[in-house]
Design a protein around this ligand. Structure first.
Ligand SMILES: Cc1cc2nc3c(=O)[nH]c(=O)nc-3n(C[C@H](O)[C@H](O)[C@H](O)COP(=O)(O)OP(=O)(O)OC[C@H]3O[C@@H](n4cnc5c(N)ncnc54)[C@H](O)[C@@H]3O)c2cc1C
Length: 93
């Protein structure tokens, strides 16, 4: 097993994985260590904001509909007899 690198990233969730990917694309030798087995067991709303989706695309991860990605247009909160909807802002870049 490889034990030396320019950078060792501990934890390969979205943050660590993205950091490792950017460092590797800049030519650094990177090891990303993750203690969990993939796919990670994770409670999550499974919704990403437009900026998060854009980050995925910037690091080269496509989000095609045929693979189950469903575009969403905002955030809806329901509770206590109220229902609030917040459409996402248009992003220029
Ligand atoms: C209930 C819930 C629902 C959520 N829903 C959404 C949502 O719908 N949309 C959204 O965008 N965000 C959602 N989030 C937030 C999102 O999960 C976090 O913003 C995101 O996971 C943070 O990424 P991260 O890489 O910083 O940390 P994490 O995802 O926590 O990744 C850290 C990783 O480090 C690993 N690790 C820790 N210590 C070590 C170690 N010593 N050695 C090796 N590996 C280690 C862990 O196993 C983990 O995989 C939700 C969060 C929660 C709690």
């Amino acid at each position: 097993m490889k034990t030396q690198a320019d950078v060792i990233v501990i934890g390969a969730g979205p943050g660590g994985s993205a950091a490792a990917r950017y460092l590797a694309s800049e030519g650094f030798d990177v090891i990303a260590l993750e203690k969990a087995h993939y796919p990670r067991e994770k409670v999550c709303g499974d919704g990403l904001t437009p900026r998060a989706v854009k980050e995925l695309q910037l690091i080269g991860l496509p989000t095609p509909r045929e693979e189950g990605w469903i575009p969403n247009h905002g955030l809806r909160m329901v509770g206590g007899g109220h229902r609030l909807e917040f459409p996402w802002h248009d992003l220029d870049a």
